[in-house]
Design a protein around this ligand. Structure first.
Ligand code: PA5
Length: 409
């Protein structure tokens, strides 16, 4: 297992970790026991169905050959993991453009997509576990009509629509069966934000040209690594200790802009899993060095309500040399390494606690490890906090009020 956690730049001592280790390990055992709802993701990488994976890859190959653009309609857990991986990982040349709809209620955003769809051979992929999500419903109905006009009939459009939804329940399942869309299943025992390893994440990634077999291998390696269990529980305990110290915010920091959407994915994972019963750490993300020039001042000298978690990529695939001037002979990555070191030192001097998570390099295999590591850490922290990391009762509140407001318009 290659993901490493360092707590050396925090105030946490070995005995603080040891004091909570048994509780964290009990959480880990519970995850693996299968007795909790929505923990299907824990063993999923080990039980990956070969026929299903082949089917995902075969359909992805057909889409890559026949289309120039795939528009994925999905939001939250039905969007974020695919978007994050597509932004972060290398892609093969045969991968096609994957864009996302149904992630807002913005006409200009969707108009631009529709213009692009009119110009390009397009496949629509609708991802929704429930089928009822308003953003998804609205975008699907708009873009389906466009597909019907573009391809001349409902039937011709239907041959270019793929759905990813619950095996049995939900309106999208009923619609899928009726229209006979090509479809993949999201297992009932895996919730949206933990669904990266299901077709919801894997299929759009495969169409974009990501090596999903390597990603799954990475997840498998993480799942069976006892050495890694230690790092995952250490990070979970450290986060719980930060909350007990009164820290309200975890600033999750990256030094590589390709990880911006991994940050968005983490925000959903942590925020929705832990923010309940008046508890939880507010996950914020920062991109360095960009945000050092906006939020650097606050971090260094502002109100100390946060701790930092830095995700560091250790090995870069390319290092561009600065050819002239005062920085001649240094690479951009030399400067990045100096930034990681210098910022951590300056923040430490100001008393800020900095957790480091190291990923050896940004490829599908190590990214798979990282996803599995973060999901497990999140679940264990939730259990240490005494909340259910797999439900999201608060999300329903705004949805209910929004439906009410819509009725009054
Ligand atoms: O994690 C979650 O449960 C949510 O973010 C959902 O994924 C999101 O609301 C979309 O729901 P659905 O897939 O049912 O359309």
């Amino acid at each position: 297992m290659d993901i490493k956690v360092s707590l050396k730049n925090t105030d946490i001592k070995a005995e603080d970790i040891a004091a909570k280790k048994a509780q964290a390990n009990t959480g880990l055992d519970k995850l693996w026991s299968g007795e909790l709802d929505f923990t299907g993701w824990v063993q999923a990488p080990l039980n990956q169905d070969k026929a299903e994976l082949d089917y995902i890859l075969n359909v992805a190959d057909i889409v890559k050959t026949e289309a120039e653009l795939m528009v994925v309609i999905g939001i939250g857990g039905s969007y974020m993991s695919a978007k994050a991986a597509i932004e972060a990982l290398p892609k093969t040349e045969d991968g096609i453009e994957v864009r996302f709809a149904g992630i807002n209620f913005c006409s200009p955003y969707h108009r631009a997509l529709m213009d692009e769809m009119s110009r390009k051979e397009t496949v629509l992929c609708v991802v929704s576990k429930s089928g009822n999500t308003m953003e998804i419903r609205a975008a699907f109905d708009i873009l389906k009509e466009l597909m019907e006009k573009k391809y001349g009939s409902k039937e011709a459009a239907a041959r270019r629509i793929i759905t990813i939804t619950d095996k049995e329940s939900g309106t999208l399942r009923a619609e899928t069966n009726e229209a006979d869309y090509v479809n993949f299943e999201i297992p009932g025992d895996i919730g949206g934000r933990y669904s990266a390893m299901t077709p919801a994440g894997l299929f759009p990634m495969a169409v974009a040209g990501i090596d999903i077999r390597a990603l799954i291998e990475g997840e498998k390696a993480a799942a069976v690594s006892p050495e890694w269990d230690k790092d995952a529980t250490d990070y979970a305990i450290a986060r719980q200790l930060m909350m007990e110290q009164g820290k309200a915010i975890e600033t999750i920091e990256f030094y590589d802009p390709r990880l911006t959407y991994l940050g968005e994915w983490m925000k959903q994972l942590y925020g929705e899993s832990e923010g309940k019963d008046g508890k939880g750490l507010f996950p914020a993300t920062l991109n360095f060095s960009t945000d050092l020039h906006s939020m650097g001042q606050f971090l260094q000298q502002g109100s100390q309500i946060f701790f930092e978690t830095v995700i560091v990529v250790d090995e870069y695939e390319e290092e561009i040399m600065i050819p002239a001037g005062v920085l001649a002979g240094k690479t951009l990555e030399d400067l990045n390494r100096a930034a990681v070191q210098g910022v951590t030192a300056a923040h430490r001097q100001a008393g800020i606690q900095v957790i480091e998570i190291h990923i050896p390099k940004l490829d599908a295999y190590h990214y798979g490890q990282l996803l599995y590591f973060l999901q497990t850490t999140c679940a264990i922290t939730g259990m240490l906090m005494g909340v259910d990391p797999f439900d999201q009762p608060g999300v329903e509140d705004y949805k209910r009020e929004m439906r009410k407001a819509l009725g009054q318009l």
